[in-house]
Design a binder for this molecule. Structure first.
Ligand code: SRM
Ligand code: SF4
Length: 589
């Protein structure tokens, strides 16, 4: 296994030289721009007296303004009223230049800008763990990346040496680490040049759009989700440059399109899930489910919206949904502002009616119920699989805990070009998939050194392991996750034999970015005691199901110390009693 220095290290805080960045990886974006709006927006009202011209009230109708200005509005509403998050799209370049030219000092910056508003530009100050350094969250619709994009990502973190690394996220996305304010302008412009963006990836915006990670090569898909998601992202967010009209939603919004019975993007835990279904006449339409989400206070699966929409309605429907959420969504207690709270407050029928009104009276279809005679086992994406195109394969490789370094990006790009079509897909399980690999190239590909670190045939438990960032970088983290997850799961794989995959999800706190409730086993950072002393620990969840009949895992144990000598035997016991694992006769290395 690769030495994962960055997993165990807390960054030093030293700043790299801003001029050392190589920009040779820049290439021109290939994606054609998409028209920014599917339906016309109503003109913004004049701003109330006493509110600055850059206020986030600009695009809100009267009732939403009242909610945002109410004394019960949460503190982020106040930040947005004072200055819209969309201003970060200007501020980021200005701050970057001022700092580079020595015209301002870090200590003189506005804290709300640095710690909150810059998240609208995708820059998350890691003030608690690595002050002065930012995590930069991108948008990678459907998780598809080209070799040129991978090389640019390598060049973005390479200058930071041991402090720079990246993660594949649980929304099949990329986060870069170690980025400084001084360098942010160069990185953002470089991302645009290769057809990527970091804008509107954080705070009260739509998160990365997820779909089928094997779209276009999948023998079982009903539709290729890639162009749909690419166009949706471009349309909603002005081709990566940001769309002010959608900068002041009441809260984050997760959207996905599922095109197979596997439900790879987890429609059940997204605020908006589009489930492709075929009507008896062969037309593919989308059943809509809404309101799934996780949080500290509430975890709930999505519910049917009671309608289906056509492919032509996907874009205007999504745009209308953003406007309905923006205009009618609650802005009080931050824990009660996700889409589900609006759906529950107005009722499913009224919510659907609002969507129709916002689409100029559009009509929606009935939900389509499809009866399947045969049960469906959710497919494992790792390993070598035949594509729907004869003679071609997809090859899925496990990236333990999703952690990547500059050299990894370079090597993945080189392997994709040498054996595949020069592109890869990243997955919500934080792994990488190479597509369009001809039969004749498979054996040579499998022998590539990359796959010693990122195995194509990993241990059963490693193949189903997912982990959030944890307290290495995240200020909310109650426990370290990634390095611990890899160690614990490798130890379990070495000691146990399993006849079926068991998915173990690690998450550092109850926000559950690592989706503990989705795992067969979920571990959630929580306080614990060991030998009378307070230590990092986990709660254990059991019973998550994904795919056609999803269920959320529920709490099974609490206060389990995050100490390998305690955690490994405890999980071993659970794997033997609940999942039929057997001790190996001889533990593997
Ligand atoms: Fe998350 C906040 C990381 C997926 C629920 N999440 C955060 C922050 C931004 C907190 C912070 O500022 O430190 C974390 C950044 C840490 C860092 O340095 O990386 C963070 N979330 C992540 C990622 C990177 C976890 C990972 O390792 O993959 C995922 C990035 C996804 C992306 O590419 O956009 C990530 N977060 C999720 C998911 C899973 C999903 O979408 O399937 C969830 C649960 C599902 C959901 O949102 O309903 C999730 N994150 C949260 C929440 C709780 C939301 C709520 O309604 O209360 C927070 C806290 C918040 O928003 O106030 C949060
Ligand atoms: Fe941070 Fe908690 Fe999310 Fe993990 S679950 S990334 S610790 S907010």
């Amino acid at each position: 296994m690769q030495s994962r220095q960055c997993l165990n290290r807390k960054a030093s805080g030293a700043r790299p030289c801003a001029n050392s960045r190589s920009l040779t990886a820049r290439v021109l974006a290939t994606a054609a721009p998409v028209a920014p709006s599917a339906t016309p927006a109503s003109a913004p009202l004049p701003l109330p007296d006493g509110v600055g011209e850059h206020s986030g009230l600009k695009h809100l109708p009267e009732a939403a303004r009242t909610r945002a200005l109410d004394k019960k509005a949460n503190k982020f509403e106040k930040v947005k009223v004072e200055k819209c998050g969309s201003r970060a799209w200007n501020d980021v370049f200005e701050l970057s230049s001022l700092l580079k030219e020595g015209k301002t000092k870090w200590e003189d910056l506005n804290l709300d800008d640095v710690d909150i508003r810059l998240k609208w530009a995708g820059l998350f100050h890691r003030g608690k763990r690595t002050p002065g350094k930012f995590m930069m969250r991108l948008k990678v619709p459907n998780g598809e990346l080209t070799a040129a994009q991978l090389r640019f990502l390598a060049s973005s973190i390479a200058p930071y040496g041991a402090d720079g690394c990246a993660d594949i996220t649980t929304r099949a996305n990329i986060q870069l680490r170690g980025v400084t304010m001084e360098d942010s302008e160069t990185v953002i412009k470089g991302l645009w040049d290769v057809g990527l963006t970091s804008f509107q990836s954080g705070m009260d915006s739509v998160r990365n759009l997820t779909g089928n990670p094997i779209a276009g090569v999948d023998p079982h898909e009903l539709v290729d989700t890639r162009p749909l998601l690419r166009d949706m992202e471009a349309m909603l967010f002005n081709n990566g440059k940001g769309r002010e009209e959608f900068a002041n939603l009441p809260r984050k919004l997760n959207i996905c399109i599922s095109s197979t019975r596997d439900d790879f993007p987890h429609t059940h835990i997204n605020d908006v899930g589009y489930e492709a279904v075929a009507k008896p006449n062969g037309e593919v339409v989308y059943n809509v489910v809404v309101g799934g989400y996780f949080s500290i206070k509430r975890n709930i699966m999505s519910i049917p919206l009671g309608c289906s929409i056509t492919q032509d309605q996907l874009m205007p429907f999504t745009e209308a949904l953003l406007r309905v959420f923006r205009d009618h969504g609650p802005r009080g207690d931050r824990q009660q502002t996700r889409l589900m709270w609006l759906v529950e407050a107005v009722g499913v029928d009224k919510f659907r009616q609002l969507l129709s009104e916002y689409m100029g009276g559009a009509t929606f279809g009935e939900p389509v119920h499809v009866h399947h005679d045969q049960p469906w086992e959710r497919r494992n994406l790792l390993g070598v699989h035949r594509q729907r195109q004869a003679g071609l394969n997809w090859v899925g490789a496990c990236v333990p805990a999703g952690r990547l370094h500059a050299a990894d990006f370079e090597e993945i790009a080189a392997v994709a070009e040498k054996y595949g079509d020069g592109t890869v897909r990243i997955t919500c399980e934080e792994n990488v998939i190479f597509t369009n690999v001809p039969d004749a190239k498979l054996e040579a590909m499998k022998a590539e050194p990359l796959f010693q670190r990122f195995p194509i045939f990993p241990g059963v438990l490693l193949s189903g392991m997912v982990s959030c960032t944890g307290n290495q970088f995240c200020g909310f983290g109650l426990a370290e996750t990634k390095a611990k997850a890899v160690k614990v799961v490798e130890a379990l794989d070495a000691q146990l034999e399993l006849s079926r995959p068991v998915r173990i999800h690690f998450t550092g706190c109850p926000n559950s970015c690592g989706q503990a409730q989705v795992g067969d086993i979920g571990l959630m950072g929580a306080p614990a005691k060991h030998e009378g002393k307070a230590v990092e620990g986990y709660k254990i969840f059991l019973g998550g199901k994904i795919g056609e009949n999803p269920a959320l895992a529920t709490e099974f144990a609490q206060g389990v110390p995050a100490i390998e000598s305690v955690l490994v035997p405890r999980l071993k016991e659970i794997l033997i009693s609940e999942f039929g694992a057997k001790e190996r006769a001889t533990a593997t290395a």
